[in-house]
Design a protein around this ligand. Structure first.
Ligand SMILES: C[S@@+](CC[C@H](N)C(=O)[O-])C[C@H]1O[C@@H](n2cnc3c(N)ncnc32)[C@H](O)[C@@H]1O
Length: 261
């Protein structure tokens, strides 16, 4: 396991600042890209018979989509202000403020847990978080979770970030796990891993505006979060080639689906 650091790192205050600057998402999540593509494989395959938890729901792109299509889904995050903002937009969405390392739900509450971009943000308590996730899932329930990979892609991203840093003072930013470490973490908590997908979310190539799709040349966090981080023709060619030749080295994330046993 490798840890990434940033001058603007920190966990709680990083997310507080990040969500303070961003509008609440609409439910228009792209279902052919991460994370919608993977949520879809859990929620419509077939739809779980019990409630679904979106742990670390953030500004609500996944949560709102599934709430609007009739799924019994609850959003949980440790940033109360982002939950309050979602509530102002749609007071019918069930929301709970909490920490993934110590969930307040009773044992075996959920049929599925979605956790995109959550576990690698934990400076402490990764094993506890996975154990508590297992605790709140029913036996046979499904976890769909992503993890930042310890690979070439993320080492490049971290190197670029280190170069643009203005001071040397660094704080915790993200954990990076190899695919094998992620697999061991999940199975060690009482799951049987069913699928592992290597996923591009935001490639380091996207940091070059010349490679971005014309509609995203000027970066907007909420546009990119809804539509995905899109490339132009050249960017697409480079990224597609890299992903075809070496998916485990060029992906940002691994997404695991696993069943509680
Ligand atoms: C990368 S964002 C993903 C948001 C959302 N799942 C999505 O895909 O749009 C990770 C989220 O996890 C939340 N988070 C980080 N650490 C947490 C913790 N210990 N407990 C609960 N939520 C946490 C952050 O506030 C943030 O909203």
């Amino acid at each position: 396991m490798r840890t990434s650091y940033r001058t603007h790192g920190g966990s709680l205050d990083y997310w507080q600042r990040r969500w303070d600057g961003v509008a609440v998402d609409s439910g228009a999540v792209n279902l052919v890209r991460y994370p919608g593509l993977y949520a879809e494989q859990v929620i419509n395959a077939p739809r779980p018979d019990g409630p679904v938890l979106e742990a670390g729901c953030g500004a609500g792109r996944v949560l709102r989509h599934y709430h609007e299509n009739g799924t019994r889904i609850i959003g949980m995050d440790f940033i109360a202000s982002v939950l309050a903002a979602i509530h102002r937009e749609d007071p019918t969405i069930p929301l709970v403020a909490g920490d993934i390392t110590k969930l307040s739900f009773p044992d075996e509450t959920f049929s599925a847990v979605l956790a995109f971009g959550l576990y690698h943000g934990l400076e402490n308590g990764l094993n506890e978080a996975m154990a508590d996730t297992r605790r709140v899932l029913k036996k046979g329930g499904v976890l769909c979770a992503s993890m930042r990979l310890d690979n070439y892609q993320n080492r490049m991203t971290d190197r670029m970030a280190d170069k643009s840093a203005t001071t040397g003072a660094s704080r915790f930013h993200k954990l990076n796990l190899t695919s094998a470490e992620f697999h061991a973490l999940v199975s060690g908590a009482g799951f049987r891993v069913e699928t592992v997908h290597y996923v591009e979310n935001m490639s380091f190539l996207y940091k070059y505006p010349a490679l971005r799709h014309a509609s995203q040349r000027i970066f907007s966090e909420s546009v990119a979060r809804g539509a995905g981080y899109r490339f132009n023709l050249v960017g697409n060619f480079l990224q597609r080639t890299a992903m075809t030749l070496a998916p485990s080295r060029m992906a940002n994330l691994a997404v695991i689906t696993a069943r509680a046993i």
